[in-house]
Design a protein around this ligand. Structure first.
Ligand code: NDP
Ligand code: 2IT
Length: 449
């Protein structure tokens, strides 16, 4: 609960204005709870209505997305874009296509993105979007028609200097390509309006791998500084089997770890000998099939229905990389009881507040999403820089920059945790470090009234 009266008042107003928006309220509460020390130190923030402004999106766009399936039937989905905060740069953040997408989910993601983007040190504001469209089982042409219809409306609200979307759950290179093509047709403009583009039309090397790789760079640096330890020889459990999970697996293995489990929304696989990533890539990236297929090719591995069971597998390091609130208090207790010492988040808000509290109270090295998974958007920022320069950097150059950014994020969060009198609490550290630059910019830009 909040001790500070200003924080109490702001949160009460957010609750009143956004009734029933569970995920959004969860994300706001977590950030505000971290800001006690900062707000006590800066009474000028209250005078400037800084937090009231911070928790209200600058703009929230909701629109109809009609599309026609292969049989000629008309469908209507709901599209969203939240342009949350542009204090430090154009709105930036991914697009998610999943049936669970709603105002609350888009706003929680957009709110988190403000602080994450600030932590990268690059000039990007916070935004997010998507649709409740379900890409599962759709043909390539259906995906194309949906993406085109979605962009027909979205194109009116975005631009290289205004708002630059990218991928998230259900949106990868294929979808970004279709959306980019439609934007170009409608606006007659060739610009870096989206990131995560194909290499042939302005994409950056390493963007595909960036979130998973960045997660491992962050985790390695945190383990090194806080525990004098590393990935070498560790057993790792990773949830999800999408973009983030796959490249987190790849990097963890390169750093000397053994990844023994992956999942999707139906169940998880356990391979005590270490997951064969070439097989997973073929199943998920080439065939777009279910993770259960793995045991057909590796009969010594196990498949279990239900995704939360993955947290019962003993491991040294857990990297949740699927979705929000996928790891609850019971799972946190099981992980810790089985010897897990490090939890760093590849997904956005994957641990429930109770799970986070349990990790922090039980000496787990906990790396919160907005710090640990910032490598994706950081590399999107590098893609924007390359687009502006009309240049493409090499894989090694982008990878080196990503590594530096992730190390800096860890150190900034760690230093901020010390300054707040909460050494090692990277949740408080990341929230405070991300907030500071945004607050400074919002104080400087004045209020239009
Ligand atoms: P993908 O669509 O590539 O993969 C998502 C994975 O998570 C799939 O394995 C999917 O399983 C699983 N998943 C999705 N929803 C659920 C659910 N409700 N319950 C259980 N499992 C689920 O997405 P990404 O890998 O890109 O994203 C994963 C997470 O990482 C998200 O939280 C995203 O916001 C975050 N993230 C992504 C970044 C990026 O650059 N892509 C950057 C930073 C964070 P199934 O196939 O069965 O649905
Ligand atoms: O959650 C995230 O940071 C992303 N989905 C990546 C956003 C981006 O603009 O690259």
């Amino acid at each position: 609960m909040f001790k500070n009266e200003y924080l109490q008042r702001v949160y009460a107003q957010v609750e009143q204005r956004n009734p029933g928006e569970k995920e959004f309220l969860q994300a706001v509460r977590e950030v505000l709870e971290s800001l006690e020390v900062v707000v006590e130190k800066h009474p000028e923030y209250e005078k400037a209505g800084l937090l009231e402004r911070l928790v209200e999106p600058e703009r929230f766009i909701q629109f109809r997305v009609p599309w026609v399936d292969d049989a000629g039937n008309v469908h209507v989905n709901r599209g969203f874009r939240v342009q949350f905060n542009s204090a430090i740069g154009p709105y930036k953040g991914g697009l998610r296509l999943h049936p669970s997408v709603c105002a609350s989910v888009v706003k929680f993601l957009g709110f988190e993105q403000i602080f994450k983007n600030s932590l990268t040190g690059l000039p990007m504001g916070g935004g997010k979007g998507g649709s409740d469209f379900d890409p599962k089982g759709k043909s390539d042409m259906e995906i194309m028609r949906f993406c085109q219809s979605f962009m027909t409306e979205l194109s009116k609200h975005i631009g290289q200097f205004t708002d630059v979307p990218a991928g998230d759950i259900g949106v990868g290179g294929r979808e970004i390509g279709y959306m980019f093509g439609q934007y170009k047709r409608l606006r007659n403009e060739y610009s870096g309006v989206l990131t995560g583009k194909g290499l042939a039309f302005g994409g950056s090397l390493v963007r595909t791998e960036a979130t998973g790789y960045g997660l491992c760079y962050f985790t390695e640096e945190a383990m090194n500084c806080m525990r004098k330890d590393s990935f070498k020889g560790k057993t790792v459990v990773i949830s999800g089997s999408g973009n983030v999970a796959i490249f987190a697996t790849e990097k963890a293995v390169q750093l000397g770890a053994k990844v023994v489990a992956l999942s999707d929304s139906a169940g998880y696989i356990y391979d005590k000998d270490g997951i064969r990533l070439d097989i997973v890539k073929d199943i998920k990236l080439e065939r777009r099939a279910r993770i259960s297929e793995y045991v057909k090719e590796v009969p010594t591995a196990e498949y279990h229905e239900g995704c939360s069971g993955i947290w019962t597998i003993p491991c040294d390091i857990a990297l949740p990389c699927a979705t929000q609130n996928e790891l609850d208090e019971a799972s946190a207790k099981t992980l810790v009881a089985n010897g897990c010492k490090v939890v760093c988040e590849g997904a956005n808000m994957p641990s429930t507040p109770e799970a986070v509290e349990y990790f922090l109270a039980n000496g787990v090295l906990y790396g919160p999403a907005k710090a640990a998974n910032a490598g994706g958007v950081a590399t999107s920022g590098l893609e924007m820089s390359q687009n502006s320069l009309r240049l493409s950097w090499t894989f090694e150059e982008v990878d080196e920059r990503l590594k530096d950014i992730m190390k800096n994020i860890f150190h900034n969060a760690y230093e901020a945790s010390k300054e707040c009198g909460a050494e090692g609490n990277l949740l408080i550290g990341a929230n405070v470090a991300g907030f500071q630059k945004v607050a400074e910019a919002m104080m400087a830009e004045g209020i239009a009234y």
